[in-house]
Design a protein around this ligand. Structure first.
Ligand code: SF4
Ligand code: SF4
Length: 505
């Protein structure tokens, strides 16, 4: 169980976090001293004996303290204690499991179906998850089987027919999806012909932008949402090289983007986003400056995948991509400009929402915050999505996965030879076995109320899951101290987060 956590910022202000009351309070060194003393009966006895006369008291770490002052904060400590501020915090119950009937429900309301249109790609990015650095099946530049893909698509369209209020996004992923354009065309025609008249279907694609010149008219006609992968300026993008000659792709891609912008300005403004991987050759600063100056946009940023790296190449991987990836100087770089897209702002807003008690998303939370914060619900360990609730992903070789981001070792089903194999018992059995393996760790984690980690990133398949975000009391204390350091340095930021960040979520 988690007790109160005292902490001090670099400008010398003292606070404590009450895990039980979910409150951050301004504190005093003496109050924090009493909190740290907690259940050490010997030291309490000793200090109370010293305080029994009127003389100043020597407090370890604080020097001599006036007797009045000592007793004032002792009374305050006792008052807060009486009102539960130092009681252990109730943990969310992490014994949740996924029942087999959830799979059917999720398939009937999934929001996105994603096809790995082809394994083929015209780039050979150095950090690609199919490069030498990662464990992965050999790729054969295989195109997805259209008939098998239609099988899965029909299954989803059929289930959505019963649920007409839903919207469905049909997405194309790769490799480079435009290398198999005829599949995209066939899927779009198939959907137009077979979807129920009331179902709204949207199309989206993640592309490297190299073939945009050839296919942009079609993509505009069908109102695709395009996510173009680009890591920033020429240097930042230099890991993304052409397959044919290993030369940089930056010029070619930039030229294509300029062409789209000139020919279809409103499509460019409304339907195009950029995806940027953060690595050793770019920074928040260079990314923000490049995209805002050139396109008036802020990209969606992600980190290079660090799971599934082969031991043999780990050192080279770290040296090439990880070194200097998140320098401390970046912490408040363009923080007001990027605002909710800045990792620090979203982290701070989340900490206040999950660990504070002043963000209310439902009226009943406001009416009875104590009760609402300690519900009886059983939560799943980790922050893994329920399988197929958000999306279903079909790989080019027919495998079915909950999304495109996880390793191929976690295949949940398949569509091969026109046979769809989705076995709810088997799928939920796998998930629940994994949850069972990690829940001991999650139950000890101070971050569990704000967990963002997916079970498939925790090496759970080895039987010994580990989590790079796990926080013990000390790490959690450093984490909240760092957040308060920023807020003290930039008080305007606190006001903006309070007034704007929660509404933006
Ligand atoms: S990474 Fe994990 S939590 Fe995220 S969508 Fe994929 S399966 Fe779900
Ligand atoms: S951060 Fe990691 S250890 Fe903590 S709750 Fe999430 S998955 Fe579990």
């Amino acid at each position: 169980m988690k007790a109160a956590i005292p902490f001090t910022t670099s400008s010398g202000h003292h606070y404590f976090y009450s895990c039980h009351n979910k409150q951050f309070l301004l504190s005093h060194p003496l109050l924090n001293y009493f909190i740290r003393l907690a259940k050490n009966d010997e030291q309490w006895k000793d200090i109370l004996e010293k305080a029994s006369d009127k003389r100043p008291i020597k407090v370890p770490g604080l020097g001599k303290v006036k007797n009045d002052e000592f007793h004032f904060y002792l009374r305050k400590y006792r008052f807060l204690k009486k009102h539960g501020f130092f009681k252990p915090g109730a943990l969310k119950n992490r014994d949740g499991i996924i029942p087999p009937n959830r799979i059917e429900q999720n398939l009937a309301q999934t929001k996105q179906i994603i096809f790995e249109t082809t394994e083929d790609c015209n780039l050979d990015c150095v950090y690609c998850t199919y490069s030498k650095f990662y464990f992965n099946k050999n790729r054969e530049r295989k195109n997805i089987d259209t008939a098998d893909a239609f099988k899965l698509l029909d299954l989803i369209l059929g289930k959505h027919r019963l649920n007409p209020d839903q919207e469905l996004t049909v997405s194309f992923y790769g490799g480079e999806p435009l290398k198999n354009f005829s599949f995209i065309e066939q899927v779009v025609n198939h959907v137009k012909k077979h979807k129920s008249s009331i179902l709204k279907v949207k199309y989206s694609m993640t592309t490297n932008g190299l073939l945009l010149k050839k296919y942009i008219n079609y993509l505009v006609e069908n109102n695709f949402e395009l996510a173009i992968s680009l890591d920033g300026d020429e240097l930042a993008n230099s890991f993304r090289v052409l397959k044919t000659n290993r030369k940089p792709s930056f010029e070619l891609v930039s030229r294509n983007i300029d062409m789209v912008r000139e020919k279809y300005p409103s499509f460019f403004n409304q339907r195009i986003t950029f995806l940027t991987v953060r690595h050793s050759r770019n920074s928040l600063k260079s990314i923000y400056e490049h995209f805002s100056a050139k396109y008036g946009k802020t990209p969606i940023m992600s980190s290079i995948t660090t799971t599934g790296v082969v031991d043999e190449f780990r050192e080279e991987f770290n040296k090439t991509f990880i070194k200097n990836r998140f320098p401390a100087s970046e912490n408040n770089c363009y923080i007001h400009e990027l605002f909710t897209k800045h990792p620090m702002v979203s982290e701070t807003a989340e900490v206040f929402e999950r660990f504070g008690s002043f963000v209310f998303r439902k009226p009943r939370q406001l009416l009875n915050p104590q009760k609402e914060s300690r519900d009886n619900k059983k939560y799943l360990p980790t922050a893994t999505c329920s399988p197929f609730d958000l999306r279903i992903y079909m790989s080019a070789d027919g495998g079915i996965y909950p999304c495109e981001h996880i390793s191929r070792i976690f295949e949940l089903g398949a569509v091969r030879g026109l046979k769809v194999e989705i076995n709810p018992d088997k799928i939920t059995g796998t998930y629940n076995t994994y949850f069972n393996k990690i829940k001991k760790l999650c139950k000890q984690c101070y971050l569990s109320d704000n967990c963002k980690e997916c079970i498939f990133n925790t090496a759970v398949e080895t039987g010994i899951p580990r989590c790079e975000f796990f926080m013990n009391k000390q790490r959690f204390s450093s984490h909240i101290t760092q957040i308060f350091n920023y807020l003290e340095e930039d008080q305007q930021l606190f006001a903006r987060i309070r007034d704007e960040a929660f509404l933006a979520k």
